[in-house]
Design a protein around this ligand. Structure first.
Ligand code: ADE
Ligand code: ZN
Length: 326
C-alpha cells in the first residue's frame, strides 16, 4: 500500500528496544534446544498463544522466562544480529539498544558474556548494514538500589561500550526515587541517563525521573497528558518521549490504538517518537508500529516524517550525523 511504502521509505531510528524483547519464539526454541533447556511450552505456536497480556507484569513474567535460554556469548550475538537483520530491512539506520544485565547475572551468566555477544553483533551490524548504535544498560526497578550498584560496578570494565543507563521492569511501586544514588553514581561514570516513567505508573514518576534522576529522555511517558504544566515543561525543554504504541496496546496502557496520545503530543509540540519496545512479544517492529498508529490516528505524511525526524533529534548521534536526517 501507499502508506506502507511511505513508511518503508523513511529512514528511522530505534530508541526504545529491549534486546531481550526481540527474542522471537522460533529463535527461543532453537537456542533452548542448543543449550539443552526444556521450555514450558511444547511448540512455537503454543508459546505464541501465551502472548496475551492484561498488564505490564504479565508480560514481564513471560519475558524473563524467555530470557532464560540465553547462556552463551553466541546466544546473545545471535539474538542481536537477528534483530539487526530484521530492522535493516525496515530502513532503520540507527539503534539505541537496552539490555538488562541483571536478568542474566542473577542466573550465573557473567556480565562479560552478555555484553561481548551483544556488542560484537552491533559492531558487525554496523559494518555490514551501516546501522550505527548506542548501548544502554538498564537497571531492573523491581530489584534493590544496592543490586543496581553492583551492576554499575560490574559494567565499569566495559564502560567504553556503554553509552547510558536506563530503568525498566515493574513500574508500579518502584518509583524513580528508589534509584537516586545509583543514577548519580552512573552519571559520575559518564553514562547518559534515561528512565521508563509514566507507562503504567503515574505522572509523578515522570517528575521524579526528571527532577530526582536527572534523565535526559523519558521512555513511554504516556501519563504526562494528565498534567498541562508537565506538558509545557516537556515542550520547553524538548525532553524526548520514546513512545511504543503496539506495546501500549498489548499491555493495556491504551484500550485501543485510536486512544493513543501520540498525535495530541505532536500537536502540543512534544518531542515524541515511535519505537517497538519488545517487538517479538508485541507483534511489530518499527514499520508495524508506524503503520498501525498511522492508520488508527489518521496521521498525515507530515506527522509521520516529523516522528522520524524527532527520532534523530532525540538520538545520541552527534550533531553532524543528525543533520543528515533533520
Ligand atoms: N522491560 C521490557 N519491556 C518493558 C516495558 N515495556 N516496560 C518496563 N520494562 C520493560
Ligand atoms: Zn521499554
Amino acid at each position: 500500500s501507499h502508506l506502507k511504502e511511505l513508511i518503508q521509505g523513511i529512514p528511522k531510528t530505534e530508541l526504545h528496544l529491549h534486546i531481550e524483547g526481540s527474542l522471537e519464539a522460533d529463535l527461543m526454541f532453537k537456542i533452548a534446544r542448543r543449550n539443552n533447556i526444556e521450555l514450558a511450552y511444547k511448540s512455537v505456536e503454543d508459546l505464541k498463544k501465551a502472548y496475551k497480556f492484561n498488564n505490564l507484569q504479565e508480560f514481564l513474567d513471560l519475558y524473563y522466562l524467555g530470557a532464560q535460554v540465553l547462556l552463551h556469548e553466541q546466544d546473545f550475538f545471535e539474538l542481536t544480529y537477528e534483530y539487526l537483520k530484521k530492522v535493516h530491512q525496515q530502513n532503520v539506520v540507527h539503534v539505541e539498544v537496552f539490555f538488562d544485565p541483571q536478568t542474566h547475572i542473577e542466573r550465573g551468566v557473567p556480565f562479560s558474556v552478555v555484553i561481548n555477544g551483544i556488542y560484537n553483533a552491533l559492531k558487525k551490524g554496523e559494518q555490514e548494514y551501516g546501522i550505527t548504535f548506542k548501548l544502554i544498560m538498564s537497571y531492573l526497578r523491581h530489584l534493590s538500589e544496592e543490586a543496581a550498584f553492583k551492576t554499575l560496578e560490574e559494567s565499569l570494565p566495559f564502560k567504553e561500550w556503554i553509552d547510558g543507563v536506563g530503568l525498566d521492569s515493574s513500574e508500579l511501586g518502584n518509583p524513580p526515587s528508589k534509584f537516586i544514588n545509583v543514577f548519580k553514581a552512573s552519571a559520575a561514570q559518564g553514562y547518559k541517563l534515561v528512565s521508563h516513567a509514566g507507562e503504567e505508573g503515574p505522572k509523578e514518576y515522570i517528575y521524579e525521573a526528571l527532577d530526582l534522576l536527572k534523565v535526559i529522555r523519558i521512555d513511554h511517558g504516556n501519563r504526562c497528558v494528565d498534567d498541562e504544566i508537565l506538558v509545557k515543561r516537556l515542550v520547553k525543554e524538548q525532553i524526548p518521549l520514546t513512545l511504543c504504541p503496539l506495546s501500549n496496546l498489548e499491555l493495556k496502557v491504551v484500550q485501543k490504538l485510536e486512544d493513543h496520545p501520540v498525535a495530541k503530543m505532536l500537536d502540543k509540540g512534544i518531542l515524541a517518537t515511535i519505537h517497538s519496545d519488545d517487538p517479538a512479544y508485541f507483534g511489530g517492529y518499527m514499520n508495524e508500529n508506524y503503520y498501525e498508529t498511522a492508520k488508527a490516528l489518521n496521521l498525515s505524511t507530515t506527522q509521520l516524517k516529523q516522528l522520524a525526524i524527532n527520532g534523530f533529534k532525540a538520538s545520541w548521534l552527534d550533531q553532524e550525523a543528525k543533520e543528515k536526517h533533520i
